[in-house]
Design a protein around this ligand. Structure first.
Ligand code: AMP
Length: 187
């Protein structure tokens, strides 16, 4: 079962992805985490992307799509993909479709965690203290939110007619969201 967790930054995608990894024995595909890892390693990719990430800007599609291609071609992850933070644009959604089709896979469920801008700002300010992410300060949060509204939210139109598409109120408590997802997946 392949799943996309969709929603603005701070919607709780990462938290729910960890739960799904646990119960489905799946693999969390967080492009954000993988990119942060490249920066930590100070790799060539890391050096190229650090300024974009700190500014809250998208990393180049070529880099992100390559990371996703490697994941999809990894046989042990086949049919157990939990996407968190990808796709983030129509182009990325089309690329994902193309790669999945080529490996005889599809997306089975899409959970849209819908949260208001005010809730996001409060949550990310809390996360900044806990995780010390350099892209979690207020001006960067606002920039990331605008990018989400302009570029990522239109991806919903690409998916919302899909039979596995579900919108969930992302302002609910973590356990309530988890329970809703669990009921839909019947796990
Ligand atoms: P996240 O951890 O998902 O909030 O992502 C943190 C940052 O990583 C984003 O603000 C972007 O700079 C970069 N990033 C993560 N996923 C993508 C993606 N699918 N496309 C482009 N940039 C991304």
């Amino acid at each position: 079962m392949n799943i996309i967790l969709f929603g603005p930054p701070g919607a709780g995608k990462g938290t729910q992805a960890k739960y799904l990894v646990d119960i489905l024995k799946g693999f969390q595909i967080s492009t954000g985490d993988m990119l942060r890892e490249e920066i930590k390693k100070n790799s060539d990719i890391g050096k190229k992307i650090i300024n974009y990430m700190n500014d809250g800007k998208f990393v180049n599609d070529e880099i992100v799509n390559k990371i996703i291609e490697n994941v999809i071609n990894d046989k042990k992850k086949k049919g157990k993909l939990i996407f968190d933070g990808y796709p983030r644009s129509i182009n990325q959604a089309k690329n994902l479709d193309f790669l999945l089709k080529n490996s005889n896979q599809k997306i089975d469920f899409i959970f849209f965690l819908n949260v208001s801008k005010d809730t996001i700002i409060k949550r990310i300010e809390k996360r900044k203290i806990l995780e010390k992410r350099s892209d979690d300060d207020l001006s960067t949060i606002l920039k990331r939110y605008d990018t989400y509204m302009d570029t990522t939210r239109p991806v919903l139109d690409y998916y919302n007619k899909n039979s596995g598409f579900y919108e969930i109120d992302g302002a609910l408590k973590i356990e309530e969201i988890t329970a809703k997802i669990g009921t839909i997946l019947n796990v």
